[in-house]
Design a protein around this ligand. Structure first.
Ligand code: NAD
Ligand code: MG
Length: 401
């Protein structure tokens, strides 16, 4: 039995992971489940999956969950912990084999790193870990023999399209130091373009949070949905891909592909382009990473290529999708620039979701924050976390101005 810890089990990725586990219950056990403060959902998940332990970051929520679990002999054995430190302990727990890192935002960094440092098999959905501290994270993976498998659908597709000689031990810096030597010319990172692909800058001024969260192809948490609408999500993914695959900004080309059927491609020096296709359902990359190097049933319907009928591609518009340009710039600047970009974006997106700022302010706030702060070398976690805190302060100020 493989013990899986799901960090962020009540979210969109967490729920899809549990759906896959439910189909493969003879092979995988949901050993630990964690959430921020959604007691109701975590309680239901505990009832269904009977984990050994559960974490609620919020203390009052943890207390409430514990009281409810105590009431039944079926669930009274489940140990409940609170606080964000407990997430690191779960990620590092000696009985845990696989860690699904599916917390949203910078809040997921510390536990993802803890899993890397303990040499776990990390199923990485939390792209912010790599955006903020790619160098430290990849080094921790390598130094501790962790097996890193990307869950983000694009990166999972790239992983599947790379030569097997490079991916035999998961994503591994040492092996992936030689993309060019392996004949890889370019990574083609596909993007649906989100719900506002064809809206003018003027129209974008007035869009609402609900419109921004209504993604045409994917059902996701609200933060990543807004990121998809601004295309900051694709920007974060460019940075994520650069760390995962040891690629430069110039090696990664964003391709708008509105159908979200091709999840990304790798272009080779002999003219071949390899792609991974499938219905847009996160259970495919999740099941891929859980079963890797084998395959297993994920519950996802087979792709009906006749129903798809047509695949379209276009160049991204960096004028309308300013966030994409800012992310490329941050990647080129290096150091703490991506951490500053990410933190300012989290604050701006949160303010937009709360109705405090217009959609188009998100990019402006990120840009102004980057202008106001000096970028440093990202040599230690302390430096990165300081940049994150400063960026949040500046961005908050800008949200209220
Ligand atoms: P979500 O908002 O649906 O769920 C987030 C989870 O994190 C919840 O379980 C929540 O309780 C937990 N959480 C929130 N704040 C927390 C905190 N401060 N401390 C601890 N836990 C906290 O998000 P999601 O859409 O599932 O995305 C999760 C991650 O996966 C993100 O990094 C996202 O970019 C990435 N991702 C998601 C998708 C998708 O389809 N949803 C696809 C690719 C990558
Ligand atoms: Mg993605």
């Amino acid at each position: 039995m493989i013990n899986v810890a799901i960090l962020g089990s009540t979210g969109s990725i967490g729920t899809s992971t549990l759906d896959v586990i439910a189909r493969q219950s003879e092979r995988f056990h949901a050993f630990a489940l964690t959430a921020n403060k959604n007691v109701e959902r975590l309680y239901e998940q505990c009832l269904q999956f009977l984990p050994e332990m559960a974490v609620m970051v919020d203390e009052a929520s943890a207390y409430e969950l514990e009281q409810r679990l105590k009431k039944s002999s079926k669930t009274s054995h489940i140990k409940v912990f609170s606080g964000s430190e407990a997430l690191n302990d779960i990620a590092a727990h000696k009985q845990v084999d696989y860690v699904m890192a599916a917390i949203v935002g910078a809040a997921g960094l510390s536990s993802s790193l803890a899993a890397a440092r303990c040499g776990k098999r990390i199923l990485l959905a939390n792209k912010e870990s790599l955006v903020m501290s790619g160098d430290l994270f990849m080094q921790a993976v390598q130094d501790n023999g962790a097996i890193l498998l990307p869950i983000d659908s694009e990166h999972n597709a790239i992983f599947q399209s790379l030569p097997e000689t490079l991916t035999r031990t998961g994503v591994n810096l040492e092996k992936l130091g030689c993309l060019q030597m392996a004949g890889v010319e370019k990574i083609l990172l596909t993007a649906s373009g989100g719900p506002f692909l064809n809206k003018s800058l003027d129209e974008l001024q007035h869009v609402t949070p609900d419109q921004a969260c209504a993604h045409p192809n994917w059902e996701m948490g609200r933060k990543i949905s807004v990121d998809s609408a601004t295309m900051m999500n694709k920007g974060l993914e460019v940075i994520e891909a650069s760390w995962l695959f040891n690629a430069s900004a110039d090696d990664i080309q964003v391709v708008i592909h509105p159908q979200s059927v091709i999840h990304s491609m790798v272009s080779y020096s002999d003219g071949s382009v390899l792609a991974q296709l499938g219905n847009p359902d996160m259970r495919t990359p999740i099941a891929h990473a859980m079963a890797w190097p084998d395959r297993m049933d994920s519950g996802v319907e087979q792709l009906d290529i006749f129903k798809v009928a047509q695949l379209n591609f276009e160049q991204p518009d960096f004028e309308r999708f300013v966030c994409l340009r800012l992310a490329y710039d941050a990647l080129r600047s290096g150091g703490t620039a991506p951490a500053i970009l990410n933190a300012a974006n989290e604050i701006a997106v949160d303010s937009f979701l709360k109705g405090k700022i217009a959609f188009t302010r998100i990019a402006e706030i990120v840009e102004q924050t980057l202008e106001q702060l000096d970028c440093e070398r990202a040599d230690s976690l302390d430096i990165i976390l300081t940049a994150d805190t400063q960026s949040r302060q500046v961005a908050k100020g800008l949200c209220f101005s």
